[in-house]
Design a protein around this ligand. Structure first.
Ligand SMILES: [Zn+2]
Length: 584
């Protein structure tokens, strides 16, 4: 556990700094990366680097936030000319750019690019003018836990840097799948920063895997069909075109993230990425924040990855600052549009009826016999670069909508869910007295459950439900969440069980999926006869099913179960999703 020793280094570093002649400090120091282009600093070096900048310059503050699973606090670095109080900054109507780094510490280009970006900005009076109209918040390293597990092997395919952190956090979870389920303290720390600043634009820096091609930088923008009209129009017509042009101007021509349609190679076309809310950009866009994941390519030299990420950060801030007023106005419209929306799309599918064409600079994908397997193996022929148009499917269409209820009611037993909502600043009240409400509830009709563990869960998929309407007793202390509030998309996406990253999908309601009582067939036989006798309607349904369904006709247990399920003996709460929808 060599990191126990490392804080000493921090002290050492600070001592060195304070022993320097103050006059010499006007020239900001080279970063670790600049001294060695294949080196990315340790977590402690990153923090001491920012600390040094806070000692040299006035417009920067670094704060310790909540503790992460590593035991170390999540730091937040703020660049502002108007002080560091988020409330005052909101009053001054300044857009906020939030930059998150090191969610995957094996992909540290953003960690290094952010250090350069912040330093360059603070040390250049002209460049600093962008801070007249905006505030920048940087999370230096999000997955501190992973950064501490430093190694040079876990990114087997990546070229450089010499050492880097590990993808998993202290609980071996991928933080870029944890934005909804929030199994980590890191996620709670992130929520705190995110909702304190309510950023207008969010950037989460990454390194890509996958195919090889000529570009160093690729970009995942939050799937724009999911945003809503105002958000989509601004992203597709203004922000994205600007970013692509600007990156080209800076000699880092960028392409949408290369997610091949066929055979793992881009030649047959690529599609855009459906960033469900478990991912950073999908999460941030639930709060009407335009969100981006720049993905620098793993096979390009580390220095190129850092400088192209730096160019991306420069480009996006170059857009925000002069357009500050317009960005704030558009985001306000966007928030109003979402707040007044009645029907929310929950599920999407790639729209195959729409195909764009994209000019793509690739390398010929070729095959040769593998020396290991003897089978054909893929390689990208760097001697055969090409530029050609490839199909690009970037549209998704909604396949299912849900109407917004007046409120959701959550029984107090599900405190864990309420806490997750509270961390996301959802407004929640509690019933002051026992009350009966007319509500809609869902009965889970069918679902699939992952056979493999995934990020500490066995998530459900292909969920189907049936709506049940009726009166239901609630008690003092049960939670009520009115839907006329700003965080409505987050509320819908987490509480509606059919949403792809709902709390139901992530197993937080699995208690309802098992029976607590059942029957013994030999005893129930006689009761079943009585039930059918007393209920001619059920008897008719039963006989029809027996006639139409051959499997059913042969399955004695299924037949008894059918009668049981349709009788007063069935458990009333079995498979009933407990979060109710309050309808006027
Ligand atoms: Zn990544």
């Amino acid at each position: 556990m060599n990191f126990i020793k490392l804080p000493l280094f921090l002290i050492f570093f600070e001592c060195t700094l304070s022993s320097q002649n103050p006059a010499m400090m006007s020239q900001p120091p080279l970063s670790h990366f600049e001294k060695n282009n294949n080196y990315t600093p340790t977590y402690f070096e990153v923090i001491s680097n920012y600390k040094q900048l806070t000692e040299l310059f006035p417009h920067i503050q670094m704060k310790e936030g909540k503790t992460t699973d590593s035991g170390f606090p999540l730091h937040e670095v703020v660049l502002s000319k108007y002080g560091f109080d988020p409330e005052i900054i909101k009053e001054k109507k300044l857009p906020v750019l939030l930059i998150n780094n090191g969610i995957h510490p094996g992909e540290p280009c953003g960690i290094d690019a952010s250090i350069l970006f912040v330093r360059n900005l603070l040390s250049d009076k002209d460049y600093q003018k962008i801070l007249d109209n905006m505030v920048i918040v940087v999370i230096p390293v999000y997955n501190i836990d992973g950064a501490l597990q430093r190694n040079s092997t876990t990114r087997a395919n990546q070229i450089g840097p010499d050492e880097y952190g590990f993808r998993g956090n202290a609980k071996n979870l991928d933080l870029n799948r944890d934005f909804i389920k929030a199994d980590t303290k890191n996620a709670i720390g992130f929520y705190n920063i995110f909702h304190t600043w309510d950023p207008d634009i969010f950037v989460d820096t990454h390194t890509s895997n996958g195919a090889d091609y000529q570009y160093t930088m690729t970009l995942i923008a939050s799937q724009s069909d999911k945003l809503g009209a105002a958000g989509q129009k601004f992203q597709d017509e203004m922000l994205l075109p600007y970013l692509y042009v600007k990156m080209k101007e800076k000699n880092w021509e960028m392409i949408p993230y290369v997610y091949p349609l066929k055979k793992g190679i881009p030649d047959f076309g690529i599609q855009s990425f459906l960033d469900n809310p478990r991912f950073s950009s999908g999460y941030a866009s639930l709060f009407q924040t335009w969100s981006f994941m720049p993905e620098a390519h793993m096979l390009k030299p580390y220095a190129d990855r850092v400088y192209s990420t730096l160019a991306f950060l420069e480009s996006i801030s170059a857009f925000i600052s002069p357009n500050a007023e317009y960005i704030l106005k558009t985001r306000k419209q966007w928030k109003q549009e979402i707040a007044s929306q009645n029907d929310f799309p929950l599920q999407y599918t790639l729209d195959n009826s729409k195909t764009d064409s994209l000019e793509f600079k690739g390398y010929e994908a070729r095959y040769k016999p593998s020396e290991i397997t003897g089978k054909d193996r893929l390689f990208y022929d760097k001697k055969a670069p090409y530029t050609k148009n490839i199909p690009y499917k970037k549209s998704f269409k909604p396949t299912m909508f849900v109407s917004k209820p007046k409120a959701y009611i959550i029984p107090q037993a599900y405190k864990e869910i309420v806490q997750k909502l509270e961390w996301n600043k959802v407004k929640i009240s509690q019933l002051e007295k026992d009350s009966v409400f007319q509500v809609e509830r869902y009965k889970i009709v069918s679902l699939k459950t992952s056979k493999e563990v995934y990020e500490g869960h066995y998530p459900h998929s292909d969920v189907s439900v049936e709506k049940i309407t009726g009166s239901k007793q609630y008690y003092k202390g049960d939670y009520i969440i009115f839907t006329d509030q700003e965080k409505i998309r987050f509320i819908i996406e987490t509480l509606e069980p059919l949403a792809p990253d709902s709390y139901f999908v992530w197993n937080f309601f699995d208690g309802i999926l098992n029976r607590k009582e059942h029957f013994s067939a030999y005893v129930f036989e006689d009761l079943a006869i009585e039930i059918l006798h007393k209920n001619p309607e059920l008897k008719k349904k039963f006989l029809e099913k027996k006639k139409e369904d051959a499997h059913f006709a042969l399955d004695a247990n299924a037949q008894l179960n059918f009668i049981y399920e349709n009788s007063v003996y069935a458990e009333p709460e079995y498979k009933i999703y407990p979060v109710a929808r309050l309808i006027e």
